[in-house]
Design a binder for this molecule. Structure first.
Ligand SMILES: Cc1cc2nc3c(=O)[nH]c(=O)nc-3n(C[C@H](O)[C@H](O)[C@H](O)COP(=O)(O)O)c2cc1C
Length: 216
């Protein structure tokens, strides 16, 4: 599947079949989090995998009694280890730790979609009780609960704000596209021309190098 299709298909699904998800897939999904951006390459997040029914009920209660969560075959709780970050970032540890963890969670969500596994991002939870249930220490913050499961629900991507309402050029609030906004241009022919020119130069360079080699 094209990456754009995967991203656009990564909708939040809240109803799953009860089928088991193969361990290899769960591993793949979590592994994709390791390739997310992380401050200074220091991964500080940890994941608690929950499959036990009683525990899932408890997690669901921690999430303001959202009953559907306990029906997800697998629940991932992504946590940010602040202590680990404090060594490097002092007072900014929590901030950067959260960035790292959320970037990893988004990678996992997209990877899951590409593997045919539906997810839902859950952040409406009572932190204290989640800590208690999962025995999470004070130096670690639970950031996201990610549910995983198979689903045949044809959930549509909700309407998103259009791009023209989200982008400014050069400065805040400037929505007028500057015609001289090189190297981003409207005239794709012109861009193609420049690319072709570049390739022509490269080909010429390569041909000259080959000639030199032959002479030797
Ligand atoms: C920060 C955040 C927290 C969320 N928390 C919950 C939640 O606690 N329960 C839930 O059912 N969905 C939660 N969601 C999913 C939203 O309900 C979901 O984004 C919404 O249904 C819109 O769907 P979409 O994200 O696919 O556009 C959360 C999403 C985000 C980004």
């Amino acid at each position: 599947m094209d990456i754009k299709d995967v991203i656009e298909g990564s909708v939040n699904v809240k109803k799953y079949w009860l089928d088991k998800i193969p361990l290899e897939l769960v591993e793949d999904i979590i592994d994709s989090g390791r390739y997310a951006v992380c401050a200074d390459g220091e991964i500080n997040w940890k994941v608690v995998i929950i499959v036990d029914d009683k525990l899932k009920d408890k997690i669901s209660n921690c999430c303001m009694r959202q009953g559907w969560i306990s029906k997800a075959p697998v629940i991932l709780v992504l946590c940010s280890d602040i202590k680990h970050m404090e060594k490097y970032y002092g007072k900014k540890a929590e901030h950067y730790g959260r960035h790292n963890t959320l970037a990893a969670a988004e990678n996992m969500r997209i990877a899951a979609t590409s593997l045919g596994v539906s997810t839902c991002w859950v952040n409406f939870f009572e932190e204290k009780s989640l800590r208690r249930v999962l025995k999470i220490p004070d130096s670690v913050t639970p950031e996201v609960v990610l549910t995983l499961g198979y689903s045949d629900l044809k959930t549509k991507m909700p309407n998103r704000t259009s791009l023209d309402k989200l982008v400014y050029f050069n400065e805040w609030d400037n929505t007028v596209f500057p015609e001289d906004f090189w190297p981003i241009g409207r005239k794709t022919e012109k861009i193609q021309e420049e690319i072709d020119k570049g390739f022509k130069k490269l080909r010429e360079k390569a041909a000259n190098l080959l000639k030199l080699k032959k002479k030797k």
